[in-house]
Design a binder for this molecule. Structure first.
Ligand code: NAD
Length: 726
């Protein structure tokens, strides 16, 4: 081990090849921290000093991952005041990488595991990249998904390596994480190896064959692939970029794609070192802004907390499900069966008739056929997945199942009936789950003998694509059932949030506010197309009126009537929402019930394809010339969801800020740039006091429902934010 290095080991053989082994002794993964920077500087000095006696360098890691990149805990704390330090530090690091790539000796990255972000940027500064085809290994620049750009030369080098169009579309703008084979196909690495030995042998072979390596862009006569921005061919492609940017962001305030594009295009027109400075400026602007902080908080810290079990009882041992009974093979049951089988769990899929159960399995057959045709899986794996699903109409086939997931029609007495049928057939301690989207879990549990084993497992549609599952604890749900439900959700590779029982739980209740606000604006006379545009530009993945049509207009009516009855029976007063009158008119007066009924806020053709907004909306609702500020329209939607989330915290339905943030983004399409429904409040201009003031303004203009709840006001007064940190 070298005396000057603590995190990078220098291992030299007698042929003059040095292997630099990244191996931070204080962390499970290598990151760009101070120790690494110091070691890297010392190592570069030594390489330069001893280069005459060296033939080449191999860079690899002793950890499971190659290199994990920058430390996000540092980045999330950067403010405009400390931005200059970040800029200076970033440039210093880039200079080190530049010294490595201009050493005059071949440098090979032997990528033995994940190389994402900063890890891949280090590999980019090498002359040759060989990736080990290890399971779970991912390669790419996912910075954009955290509101950032690759600030370690990643923009400058991918543009020079792949050309500006491929660099933007394949690497930078989507942040795609490729497995080693796909990374090879897309030009991110040069070779793939099956074993570590093969990887190192290939690295040596490259060194033998290229004694005086230099990067393509440092060789005389270098031309950028695809042409520079001044090249006519490039100029012809340029107009497509703003369109692709709009497609990616929907016009929502995501600054990262814009900065990435600017750094790429401006950097392509200047020399390498100037391009690095341009990249650094755009990086620092993103890192010191609010959006990257929101996105790092949600997509890194909150997601990690949620998935690693912050909401799971600690002292219950982990347990895996081996055989699950899925009751009801309709839309949800079919998707749940597929997700479980894909995770290696045997599934008995039961419906009232074998024909319906077979139809439910048919959904998995379709998904498997598509995955095979697209090369995402092999025929053998698809066959094995399908063999795990047994369709049936016989209750006796459920014997031995250690979990039940019920997904029959949304009807309490039917759900009670199916649990009565199966509870003594399945394993005596089987976990009992209902996928109800609205019915209170405590009341459903009254239909089973073992109420402590009964729990809500709320999946989202389409189940195979949607990553979230909302776990709902009933009043009598035991800690063991909660832990087992949590483990089951993780077993099928989904993200579990945990809430307490309440009508509509967290997700269904909160998304209702978004929809109601959009519909209410139509009722006030606002042009419906503007309402849709406001939702899109706020960053919602689905426009509000089209979402209402998808859910059907009759469903919220039914839920509203049930909720109203429950509120009044409990002695409360029901405050009608202005959206209700619009929905009632749409259904009762115009017979427009949504997409499944062939007509809603939009027109639909005979195949259910969405056409234009219904012209009758303008005739019956729109008041010519009536406008409200666009910002108010967007914030009415965002605030209505955020404010009700605070009420859910007050009511104890939600108990974790991370669950609220992640559940809102992954489950109900709350815009990702906000960092989730509570981080939106934390990050609002002026912090919590700013949010409270704005909520009061909206309450004055649009109604009492925007009045900030006591918990929010109290936190704002105390100078606190919403956090799980204790
Ligand atoms: P669906 O109508 O598509 O399917 C229900 C299935 O249950 C049908 O195939 C029906 O034949 C079957 N069924 C009825 N009685 C049965 C019995 N006694 N035994 C076995 N099967 C029986 O409904 P869906 O959309 O899949 O919804 C199912 C459940 O999931 C509901 O509780 C719903 O609220 C909930 N949910 C739906 C969504 C959604 O987006 N559709 C989302 C989350 C939760």
């Amino acid at each position: 081990m070298s005396s000057e290095s603590t995190t990078i080991r220098w291992e030299q053989d007698d042929t003059g090849v040095v292997t630099l082994v990244l191996d931070d002794p204080n962390q499970s993964a290598n990151t760009v921290n101070k120790a690494f920077r110091d070691s890297f500087a010392a190592i570069t000095d030594r390489l330069e000093a001893e280069k005459d006696s060296l033939r080449g360098v191999i860079l690899t890691s002793a950890k499971k991952t190659f290199f994990a990149g920058g430390d996000l805990r540092d980045l999330i704390r950067v403010t405009p005041d400390t931005a200059q330090d970040l800029f200076d530090g970033g440039l210093a690091f880039k200079r080190q990488l530049r010294r490595l790539e201009t050493l005059g000796k071949p440098v090979v990255a032997a990528i033995n595991g994940a190389a994402l972000g900063g890890g891949y940027e280090i590999a980019l500064a090498c002359h040759h990249r060989i990736a080990l085809d290890a399971p779970g290994s991912k390669i790419g620049c996912p910075e954009v998904t955290l509101g950032l750009l690759p600030g370690g030369g990643g923009v400058v080098r991918t543009v020079r390596m792949l050309g500006i169009t491929d660099a933007l579309l394949k690497v930078l703008l989507q942040g795609t994480q490729y497995n080693p084979r796909r990374a090879l196909e897309n030009g991110l690495v040069d070779e793939v190896a099956e074993t570590r030995e093969e990887m190192l042998a290939k690295a040596r072979a490259f060194i033998d064959a290229h004694p005086e390596s230099a990067q393509p862009w440092d060789r005389p006569g270098y031309r950028m692939p695809g042409g520079t921005p001044s090249h006519p061919k490039f100029a012809a492609n340029l107009p497509a970029f703003p369109a692709s940017l709009r497609k990616q962001t929907g016009g929502a305030p995501y600054p990262a794609p814009r900065n990435i594009m600017a750094a790429a295009v401006e950097g392509a027109q200047v020399d390498f070192d100037t391009a690095q400075v341009i990249e650094a400026r755009y990086f620092v602007e993103l890192a010191s802004g609010q959006t990257s902080k929101n996105m790092i908080q949600a997509f890194f810290f909150d997601l990690q907390a949620v998935n690693s079990g912050a909401g799971r009882p600690k002292d219950v041992p982990a347990r895996k499900v081996t055989k699950v009974a899925v009751l009801g093979a309709g839309m949800m049951g079919a998707g749940i069966a597929y997700s479980c089988a894909r995770a290696g769990i045997d599934v008995v899929l039961k419906d009232v008739t074998l024909e319906s159960a077979l139809k439910g399995k048919g959904y998995s057959e379709q998904l498997c056929a598509k995955a095979v045709s697209k090369g995402r899986t092999t025929q053998e794996k698809a066959d094995a997945l399908l063999a795990r699903i047994t369709p049936t109409a016989e209750v006796s086939d459920l014997a031995g199942c250690d979990a039940v997931i019920e997904a029959v029609f949304e009807d309490t007495s039917l759900k009670h009936k199916v649990f009565q049928e199966v509870q003594n057939v399945v394993a005596p301690d089987a976990l009992l789950c209902s996928n109800t989207s609205t019915l209170p879990i405590t009341a459903l549990a009254e239909g089973v003998e073992r109420q402590e084993d009964f729990i809500g497992l709320h999946f989202f549609s389409p189940v195979d694509k949607m990553p979230l599952v909302e776990i709902i604890k009933g009043e009598r749900t035991g800690e063991e059932a909660l832990a087992r439900a949590f483990d089951l959700v993780r077993q099928i590779n989904k993200t579990p949030i945990v809430v307490n029982d309440s009508r509509g739980f967290f997700t269904s209740r909160v998304i209702g506010h978004f929809i109601n606000e959009g519909v209410a604006m139509v009722g006030e006379g606002v042009e419906p197309a503007s309402v849709e545009q406001a939702a899109a530009q706020a960053g919602y993945p689905a426009k509000v009126l089209s979402l209402m049509d998808e859910l059907t207009l009759t469903l919220p009516r039914k839920i509203r009537r049930e909720t109203q009855r429950a509120v009044e029976e409990a002695g409360g007063t029901w405050t009608p929402h202005p959206a209700e009158a619009v929905v009632d008119r749409m259904v009762d007066e115009f017979g427009r019930t949504g997409r499944s009924g062939g007509a809603g806020f939009y027109d639909y053709d005979e195949n259910g394809r969405r056409g234009p907004l219904w012209p009758g909306l303008r005739e019956h609702f729109t008041q010519a010339g009536h406008t409200i500020p666009f910002r108010d329209m967007q914030e009415r939607m965002l605030f209505s969801e955020a404010l009700d989330t605070v009420r859910l915290l007050e009511e104890g339905v939600l108990t974790s800020v991370a669950d609220a943030n992640i559940g809102s983004i992954l489950g109900i399409g709350f815009p990702g740039w906000t960092g989730g429904v509570l981080q939106y409040i934390n990050g609002y201009e002026g912090g919590l006091p700013g949010f409270v003031a704005r909520a009061r303004e909206l309450a004055e203009r649009y109604g009492e429902r925007f009045t900030p709840p006591a918990l929010l006001v109290e936190k704002a007064e105390k100078g606190e934010v919403f956090t799980d940190a204790r």
